[in-house]
Design a protein around this ligand. Structure first.
Ligand code: GDP
Ligand code: CA
Length: 335
C-alpha cells in the first residue's frame, strides 16, 4: 500500500480489521510519503510515517487524527515564548521523544528506512510481528514546497514548505504551484520496488493525490514498478461528491490543473493499459454517475460507500477494494 498520513492510516486500520484472524498470514508493506518531512529546532519530523506508526500502534490521538494521545505541549509553549521558529507547528512533548530518537539515529549515519524500522519495534512489532512493514518512500531528502501569491515579494510570489502552507496558513490562500524539491534525484528506499514487484495486490488508499500518493509516484522508479507489477493496482477516491473529505486536496488539485472530482483523479492516475498506474478505482455512492466515465478511461470502477466513519465502514471499503482487485468467481447457478 502507498500511504499518506491520516487517510492512509485510517484505511490501513480498516484493511487490518477486514482481514481479521484470517489475515494473520497476510504480509502488508506500507510505503509512506516522506515529502511532508521537515527539520524544526534541529529535529527531523516525518508526519506521515508517524501518523501510520502511531495509528496502528494505538498511540494516536483519535480526535486530531495525528500526534500522540495524552499529549502535552510544554516544549512548544516554551519555544514560542522564545520566539522560536514555526510556532504554528504541532510539536507535542511526547511526540518530541520520537523526533529526538529519529534525529539521533540519523546523525549516527543510519538511513531513514532503518531508523523507521527501529522506531516501529516499539509501535508495530508487538502487535504485528513482521507481518506489517513500514517503509519510507525514499531515504533521500524530498520536500514539497508550495508557491503562494505574495504582493510584497519582487516576483509576486513566495515559496513555503508544505507544512507552513497547510498547518501555518491553513491552506487558506490559493496554491499557485507545487514544487517537490529533490524528487528527481531521489531513489526508492530499499525494499520498496521489491514489495511492489512481488505483491499480490497494490492498494492506493484515499490519500491526497498530490502531496501523498503524487509524491510517492514521483520518486523515479516507483511509477515504473507499479506499471510493471503482475499485481492488480486498485485505488479509492479521496474526493467524494466533488470535495475532499478533510485536508487540502482541493487547493492542490487546482494548482496542478486537475478538476476536483473522483473521475478526474482517476484519469490523472490513468489506466495501466494506457500509460497510467490503475487497474481499478472505487468511488463513493454519491459519485455513482461517474462510473461510466472512469470505465471509459480503461479503469474498472465501482461505487460503494467511501466515508471512513468507523472501522467497520472502513473495513467494508477495504473488502470492496480487494474484491475489485480479484473478483470472486461467479457463483454457479443452483442445480
Ligand atoms: P494526510 O497525509 O494526513 O493529509 O493524509 P492522506 O494523504 O493519507 O489522506 C488525506 C486525504 O484523505 C484527504 O485529501 C481526503 O481527501 C481523504 N479523506 C479523508 N477522510 C476520508 C474519508 O473518510 N473518505 C474518503 N474517501 N477520503 C477521505
Ligand atoms: Ca501528509
Amino acid at each position: 500500500m502507498l500511504s499518506g498520513g491520516v487517510g492512509g492510516a485510517r484505511f490501513l486500520q480498516g484493511l487490518l480489521h477486514a482481514q481479521g484472524a484470517a489475515g494473520t498470514d497476510t504480509e502488508i508493506t506500507v510505503v509512506a510519503n516522506t515529502a511532508d518531512d521537515l527539520w524544526l529546532h534541529g529535529l527531523k519530523i516525518c508526519p506521515d510515517l508517524d501518523t501510520v506508526m502511531y495509528t496502528l500502534g494505538e498511540g494516536i490521538d483519535h480526535e486530531r487524527g495525528w500526534g500522540r494521545r495524552d499529549e502535552t505541549w510544554s516544549v512548544k509553549e516554551e519555544l514560542a515564548a522564545y520566539g522560536g521558529e514555526a510556532p504554528w507547528f504541532g510539536l507535542g512533548d511526547r511526540d518530541i521523544a520520537t523526533h529526538l530518537m529519529r534525529t539521533r539515529m540519523l546523525d549516527a549515519g543510519y538511513p531513514l528506512t532503518q531508523v523507521t524500522a527501529a522506531l516501529c519495534e516499539r509501535w508495530l512489532t508487538p502487535g504485528f510481528g513482521d507481518r506489517l512493514r513500514l517503509l519510507p518512500m525514499s531515504d533521500d531528502r524530498v520536500e514539497t514546497h508550495i508557491a503562494v501569491a505574495d504582493d510584497d515579494a519582487p516576483s509576486g510570489r513566495r515559496v513555503v514548505h508544505f507544512q507552513e502552507y497547510w498547518v501555518g496558513m491553513h491552506a487558506a490562500v490559493p496554491a499557485e504551484a507545487v514544487i517537490v524539491v529533490g524528487q528527481e534525484k531521489a531513489t526508492p528506499a530499499p525494499g520498496v520496488l521489491e514489495a511492489i514487484e512481488t505483491a499480490d495486490v497494490v492498494l492506493l488508499p484515499p490519500s491526497n493525490p498530490v502531496v501523498s500518493v503524487g509524491t510517492i509516484l514521483g520518486v523515479p522508479g516507483i511509477r515504473e514498478a507499479l506499471r510493471a507489477t503482475t499485481a492488480p493496482v486498485v485505488g479509492l477516491s479521496p474526493i467524494v461528491g466533488g470535495a475532499h473529505v478533510r485536508g487540502m486536496a482541493e487547493q492542490l488539485l487546482g494548482a496542478i490543473g486537475v478538476e476536483v472530482s473522483a473521475a478526474a483523479v482517476a484519469e490523472h492516475y490513468g489506466a495501466r493499459s494506457r500509460d497510467g498506474v490503475l487497474d481499478g478505482w472505487l468511488v463513493d455512492t454519491a459519485d455513482a454517475e461517474l462510473v461510466p466515465r472512469i470505465e471509459a478511461a480503461g479503469i474498472a470502477c465501482r461505487a460503494v460507500p467511501l466515508m471512513m466513519t468507523d472501522v467497520d465502514a472502513t473495513a467494508a471499503m477495504a473488502r470492496a477494494a480487494l474484491e475489485l482487485a480479484a473478483p470472486a468467481p461467479p457463483t454457479r447457478p443452483a442445480g
